[in-house]
Design a protein around this ligand. Structure first.
Ligand code: GAP
Length: 492
């Protein structure tokens, strides 16, 4: 059996659509750029990923609780958080093509081309200059760099650029029925602020003591200009964020702790170590004192899946000033009030899904009687797979369907299952392989005499006979989150 991983993004996008994981949004109207819909199996996979994260945060840490804040928040939230003033991309328009680009992306693409042409030193020089200009927010300097390097619009092929402008990434909408005079509000660009504004509510009502965390899963919206790479960069996406509130001065300790904890979590999912890396940020977000990304090696290169940020008391302090409400915590051990500092872990659920699909998508050449054949399957962890088992009668008569239905009925309260009686058994196996179902249970004539079935494992294609009365325990053990979470070091 030979192993090949031609998992180009294109094959994954096509597979995700063809086999019911992810569709382009409003496809009958040609889709909406950078917006996607989760199809039946994708939605189930996403729920599993979210439940796993939720359990690992809230159930495995006695000092982390969950919450679910609204997407819409008072507009002053976003003034205080700095998003109205600082959450922006630097854009430039080409006057000939009328296309808008992120200036840093244009310059980075240019340096990538230089590197391919063997001019790596020059590429490095330009990148260093880009970083300096971005740090200084020198818009005129960025414009000058575009012209100096003769960077052209990919469509018009001209250097006819407008000046570089700031473009806020938040989606604005109107509150109330009347457009006129209604307040502008924003669709949240991060879930974190819902946690910050509720920090004292949670601390007091759930009686938490520092250090403690608040975890949340929810939608976030960003009007991304460069929207590409499938669900990697979307305009509507889902974040799984946890804010960990600590005593000031312990920032380094907890920043290192959460880097390690989150790194372990990704490894526990079964991701190979050599496809993950930790990268310190070149450029810090407006709220961060220190930040690292956990990156995964996607088919289009190493890219961020999760950020771990030391946010100091930036957010709580700003909300305290803006709302004129005390946000301080009374520490009973120190007998003292203070504004806690925050270490944040923020992972994109959709990026995790893309990473899992990239890892799972497998094409193998197998030898059959008729010759070599390509076998495609999704090697998803059984605990994350959308369907845990498929149940088949070998043939559609001799009471085999009735027996298979009985098994389906007895297991359906514990597992998402599929019952299938049409087509050849080989075709039914192949179909389940394509959606990543880890086990296929087949009822044959022997089942009627001794109450045993065959159970086929997806990756090895090995079959074993098993009494029906142990199927439930067998599956429970294989598909439990425990198989992943027990690999994590235990924490208080
Ligand atoms: N609260 C901090 C925060 O929002 P971020 O680095 O901007 O930090 C955190 O975002 C995570 O959210 C990223 O690591 C990424 O996984 C995900 N994310 C950000 N923008 C995204 C987008 N446009 N599409 C999909 N996921 C995105």
């Amino acid at each position: 059996m030979s192993d090949a991983h031609p998992n180009s993004l294109l094959s994954i996008v096509a597979h995700a659509k063809e086999y019911g994981f992810i569709y382009p949004s409003s496809e009958i109207y040609e889709g909406l750029q950078a917006v996607y819909d989760y199809a039946p199996y994708g939605a189930a996979l996403k729920r599993n990923v979210q439940s796993l994260w939720w359990q690992s945060m809230t159930q495995l840490h006695s000092n982390i609780v969950g919450m679910d804040a609204a997407i819409l928040m008072h507009p002053r939230t976003w003034q205080a958080s700095g998003h109205v003033d600082s959450f922006e991309d630097l854009m430039v328009d080409n006057k000939d093509s009328k296309k808008r680009y992120r200036v840093d992306v244009l310059i980075e693409n240019h340096t990538a081309e230089l590197a391919v042409q063997g001019n790596a030193v020059k590429a490095q020089e330009i990148l260093a200059r880009l970083q300096e200009l971005l740090q200084k927010q020198d818009l005129a300097g960025l414009h000058a760099l575009l012209l100096e390097e003769k960077i052209v619009c990919p469509i018009a092929r001209t250097t006819n650029w407008t000046e570089v402008r700031r473009f806020n990434l938040m989606f604005a909408t109107k509150l109330g029925a009347q457009e006129d005079g209604a307040d502008t509000i924003y669709l949240r660009p991060e879930t974190a602020q819902g946690i910050f504004v509720n920090f004292l509510n949670v601390q007091k009502t759930v009686r938490m003591k520092i250090p403690f965390g608040i975890a949340q899963i929810g939608k976030a919206f960003r009007n991304e200009i460069v929207a590409r790479q499938f669900i990697f960069r979307m305009r509507e996406f889902e974040q799984m964020e946890m804010q960990f509130f600590i005593q000031p001065g312990n920032d380094d300790k907890w920043f290192n702790y959460w880097q390690q904890a989150r790194w372990n979590w990704h490894l526990a999912l079964g991701l190979p170590k050599d496809k993950l890396r930790i990268k310190p940020h070149d450029q810090l977000a407006h709220y961060a004192k220190a930040a690292v990304d956990i990156e995964y090696h996607f088919p289009f290169g190493y890219k961020e899946i999760e950020g771990i940020h030391a946010r100091s008391d930036f957010d709580l302090k700003n909300h305290e000033v803006a709302s004129k409400k005390k946000m301080q915590y009374f520490d009973p051990e120190l007998n003292q009030n203070y504004l806690p500092h925050v270490i944040e872990t923020s992972v994109g659920c959709d990026r995790l899904i893309l990473m899992l699909l990239c890892e799972a998508f497998t094409e193998e050449t197998i030898m059959e009687e008729e010759g070599a054949k390509t076998r495609t399957y999704l090697k998803l962890h059984p605990a994350l797979a959308p369907i845990k088992a498929a149940i088949f009668p070998l043939i559609k008569r001799d009471n085999l369907p009735q027996k298979a239905q009985e098994i389906f009925e007895s297991l359906k309260y514990d597992f998402p299952l599929i019952y299938e009686e049409n087509q050849s058994i080989g075709k039914r196996y192949a179909r389940q392989d394509l959606i990543g179902t880890p086990y296929c249970i087949t009822v044959d004539h022997q089942t009627l005499t001794d109450d045993t079935v065959t159970i086929r494992e997806r990756d090895s294609m090995q079959q074993q006979r098993m009494p029906i009365n142990i199927l439930r325990d067998f599956l429970l053990e294989k598909v439990s989150f425990k198989t992943i979470l027990a690999k994590l070091p235990s924490v208080g």
